[in-house]
Design a protein around this ligand. Structure first.
Ligand code: NCD
Length: 350
């Protein structure tokens, strides 16, 4: 295994890790939008991530002093976490992933940076590039920010989208796929989610997680249903490959997987639901509702953070069929794979 992590000293680029036997050469220096990545790319990523998962988590090597924890492919590389929005899981797992690969990681603190002095995102990025930073992981409240940054700086620095506005959250979509493939014990190189009904419940209108999942779940052949109160369900959502519902019980019928979403109150300019209590009454996921309508053994997912007792009851979050903790763990492995693969691809010079 260790030979798969060797460094190609002539280019200064890390060699791509295992998994890339599906796709050589690896084509992407960036992760900007979910739909930029096709089926073979996604399968390669999942295989690579699963390899990292097995070597980092399954061998009991998650304690900090085990040398096999550090695969070192990114030694000498620097990654800046540029988070303009709050985050727990995504930011920490990107930091952990980069550190496990041996990279130098810098967490950009918006509150203590020159952003408060009026510096633009473009000037901030130019500053990081001048310092020789190799990659940024960017989260921003404005949809499309990574697309614009890629257009301007894509030949100078690797750009990874960690969530942009209501638009896209590709690393979440990918970690959800890996979680599902392993839950259903499907082969990563050839398996599909054909015949699996996935129901996404909650604030679809404001959810970048829902949009990323719609792309990746459809790519792997799942049947996707979304359900939300009318005001939280965009009119054209079915164009993204799903069946839309307002009625929770109908949507849950024979579901194999139910994914809960948080009400994104920080993005809601209007009063989209009359009250939280009313939302929970009509759309709250409970053990009783899942037992009555879904397939036995239905899997429960949520990207977090969860508002316990609002979109999902506490007993469901901690239920044996809940994949929520697994999603978090696979998240680290998926981000290791994304960083090591994207940084192995040379940036083309203008
Ligand atoms: C999600 C996000 O930030 O889009 N969380 C995450 O990344 N795990 C969902 C949310 O904030 O509700």
């Amino acid at each position: 295994v260790s030979s798969a992590f060797s460094s190609d000293s002539s280019s200064g680029k890390p060699s791509p890790p295992v998994g890339v036997e599906l796709l050589t050469p690896w084509p992407h220096a960036h992760l900007i939008t979910s739909s930029d990545w096709d089926l073979v790319t996604v399968r390669t990523l999942l295989k690579t991530a699963n390899h990292y998962f097995q070597t980092v988590f399954q061998t009991g090597s998650s304690s900090s002093c085990n040398p096999s924890d550090n695969h070192s492919v990114l030694t000498g590389h620097s990654v800046v976490n540029l988070f303009y929005e709050q985050s727990t899981r995504t930011r920490i797992s990107f930091e952990l992933a980069a550190k496990k690969l041996g990279a130098t990681v810098i967490n950009f603190e918006v509150s203590t940076s020159s952003v408060g002095k009026g510096e633009s995102l473009e000037d901030t990025l130019s500053t990081l590039i001048a310092m020789g930073i190799n990659a940024i992981v960017v989260r921003h409240a404005s949809s499309g920010t990574p697309v614009l940054l890629h257009r301007q700086f894509g030949e100078a620095i690797h750009i990874i989208n960690a969530g942009d506005g209501t638009h896209d959250h590709p690393t979440q979509g990918l970690l959800d796929l890996l979680t599902l493939f392993n839950a259903f014990e499907l082969p990563l190189g050839t398996g599909t989610l054909q015949g699996k009904k996935v129901v996404i419940v909650g604030d679809i209108l404001h959810s970048r997680v829902a949009r990323s999942n719609l792309y990746f779940l459809n790519l792997l052949g799942a049947t996707v249903h979304v359900v939300a109160p009318p005001a939280l369900l965009p009119k054209n959502i079915e164009d993204l490959g799903c069946t839309a519902h307002h009625h929770l019980e109908k949507a849950l019928q024979d579901a194999d997987v139910v994914m809960g979403l948080r009400l994104q109150r920080e993005r809601q300019s209007d009063q989209f639901v009359a009250s939280l209590a009313e939302y929970t009454h009509f759309y709250g996921l409970t053990q009783d509702r899942l037992q009555r309508f879904c397939k036995p053994g239905v899997f429960i997912m949520h990207p977090g953070p969860v508002n316990r007792g609002v979109e999902m009851s506490s007993d469901l979050i901690d239920h044996p069929q809940s994949l929520i903790t697994k999603q978090v763990r696979y998240g680290v492995a998926v981000r290791m794979a994304i960083l090591s693969l994207c940084l192995s691809k040379p940036l083309t010079k203008s």
